[in-house]
Design a protein around this ligand. Sequence first.
Ligand SMILES: [Cu+2]
Length: 149
Amino acid sequence: MKTVALITSAAVAAMMTVPAMAEDHQVQMLNKDSEGRPMQFEPAFLKIAPGDTVTFVPTDKGHNSESVIIPEEAEAWKGKISQEITVTFDEEGFYAYKCLPHVAMGMVGLIQVGDDPEPLDDAAVQKLPGKAKTRMAELIAEADAKTTE
Ligand SMILES: [Cu+2]
């Protein structure tokens, strides 16, 4: 009886030290988001844990997801137009991405990996075209607000 109890508590302890399973998050590529903004990713800002994946879903056609500003050690990605792509985020940091046809219309997104990563390179943000720059500034503000909550 005593042995069984010992084995059980050891098993429970082992289970508790196993890191949380990697999660998959979905981002939709849309002609209009729930707030009526044209050509958007939704959610456009995501905070995830290292090892998680994000699946970009072609809910509306004619969009893609590709990285723009990413941490140095991270791998770039480039999804095809109208196709689903799943990206794994192992490195902590901020990842800015865009839809190639609609970046100038503000179709950009931001993913925060980890709790308090290095900020996004501001000089690179300033180079984003058209509405992408202001939209990215909004997303960075959203990330900051969530970090200081
Ligand atoms: Cu698009």
